[in-house]
Design a protein around this ligand. Sequence first.
Ligand code: TUI
Length: 308
Amino acid sequence: MKTRITELLGCEYPIIQGGMAWVAEHTLASAVSNAGGIGLIAGGSAPIDYLRDQIRKCKEKTDKPFGVNIMLMSPNADDLAQLCIDEGVRVVTTGAGNPGKYIPAWKEAGIKVIPVIPSVALAKRMERAGADAVVAEGTESGGHIGENTTMCLVPQVVDALEIPVIAAGGIADGRGMAAAFMLGAEGVQIGTRFLASEECQIHPTFKELVIKAKDTDSVVTGRYTGHPCRNIKTKFSKKLANGEKDGSLSPEEFEQITLGSLRKAVVDGNVDEGSFLCGAIAGMVNEVKPCKDIVAEIMAGAEKLLAR
Ligand code: TUI
């Protein structure tokens, strides 16, 4: 399947793996790239040495293009942005902010720049700033989210921009990919489906939570802090949601008890204190498979539907 996204990124399939903080490391990223998509390594809030090491290890595992996600709320964002240039990274996606100040230097270095955006206004700003494409991310996504849904956001972003649009949020199989293409997207970004991949290095408890999740098992917490995040329902995320609702947790207390909670989920599988960030489509993810099979199945399903 050829689209402006496969042309731009030099990959076989227009499937980009989500840049999930703490989750997306070189084993997962290289597996997705070797499967014909674009794997991403997440910078998250990591130190520069960690990301450099991950990029170099990824290059050892694949000669296919892969990318790096820069989480713009990271205190290290400036250093990580420069590191992408120094290490010859080919594709950068960004999240949780406006990457405008980095775009000229990235473009100068020949990097393909793809900001993740939750609104038409930000999408337009990114196009004007020189972005090569955008990921229009609906509120069905895991992690830090905007308000609008994939179904409503994607066609509006497609209408507003000339550059190609990648759809994200609630896509985990060929039906979701075909639907996104019907809305005008030329690629999809997929996170949650890859949580349940063999190559994904998260704690087994995290994978089990994804596999066991039902349609109603995701919850958004932290709206009142300005950083709403979608998680799998656990005792901890329900405690946060209730504390936010009944006022028993102040925003400051919320920030305090969620500090370090991504690591506790991903590395330790700690269900009492960890935030298991995950998309609303988790209910449909029922089996751990190799990335190669996941990508092949999504592509086969989408191509069959789109050929009708
Ligand atoms: O970034 C994400 N998803 C994420 S980042 C993350 S790590 C984190 N940890 C704690 C607090 C916040 C984040 C976990 N999941 N997705 C892309 C995304 N970007 N969603 C929403 C946005 C966004 C929000 C505001 C992009 C730009 C933006 O702009 C504000 C501005 O400066 O104009």
